[in-house]
Design a protein. Structure first.
Length: 228
């Protein structure tokens, strides 16, 4: 069953302004009866400001009157709360993370200069003006901006960032995922060393098999000093 938009605040208003039973209020608001009891006893964890469901057009005064006269009567929602839907626009960023946006923008500009300002704006949820100010270092707080990975900051996801990088690389004709060659030299040296060790082991085994092992010759001379 549909419930009030703010069930606890609605329950608080009904407790203070009607003689409905706790069971009726709990049923209408979708709460446990003990929660309504706590609101009535003023022992709820949070002090609530009541919300009038009649003015919100969630129930009629006639229903409340009938409920007060008949404890078995159950109030019914006259309409469900309207759902707020986001329209097209910049990505929403929680207030607690908005101060990290310049750091994330600076990181993308430094590490992925191929990504356009429009794509950065979609990733971080910012404006082209802010991006341009950071890019040309005219931002009012540029001295305190430190490039930080926007994924680590929680401003975007790794999948979205990878998609933006791949799209930018495709538009510029570059490889979407350039190979990291920083360890290539060390890798080749290690492979060469392993090959050399295997070849030496093979030679040693062959020498032992044919009696040409230096250790075997030394042992033979020790056993027979007159042997040359």
């Amino acid at each position: 069953m549909a419930q009030p938009l703010m069930p606890h605040a609605t329950a608080s208003w009904l407790v203070d302004n009607t003689s409905l039973s706790f069971e009726q209020i709990a049923d209408f608001c979708g709460l446990h009866i003990l929660e309504v009891q706590a609101i009535a006893d003023d022992t709820a964890a949070t002090k609530l400001t009541g919300r009038d469901p009649v003015r919100a057009h969630e129930v009629t005064q006639d229903q409340i009157d009938r409920g007060q006269a008949d404890p078995s009567y159950r109030l019914q929602m006259t309409k469900g709360p309207e759902q707020v839907r986001r329209t097209k626009g910049p990505r929403y960023t929680p207030v607690s993370k908005r101060q990290d946006k310049p750091d994330g923008i600076a990181w993308i500009i430094r590490n992925h200069p191929e990504i356009t300002d429009g794509a950065i704006g979609n990733l971080i949820g910012t404006t082209r003006t802010t991006i341009a100010a950071i890019r040309d270092r005219s931002h009012w707080n540029i001295q305190n901006i430190t490039p930080k990975d926007p994924v680590t900051l929680g401003l975007t996801t790794q999948r979205e960032l990878d998609a933006a990088v791949a799209k930018a690389a495709k538009s510029t004709g570059e490889d979407a995922a350039p190979t990291d060659t920083r360890l290539q030299g060390d890798r080749e040296a290690l492979i060469a060393q392993l090959h050399a060790e295997r070849e030496q082991q093979a030679r040693d085994a062959d020498a032992v098999l044919h009696g040409d092992d230096p250790a075997s010759r030394a042992q033979a001379l020790f056993d027979d000093p007159f042997r040359r």
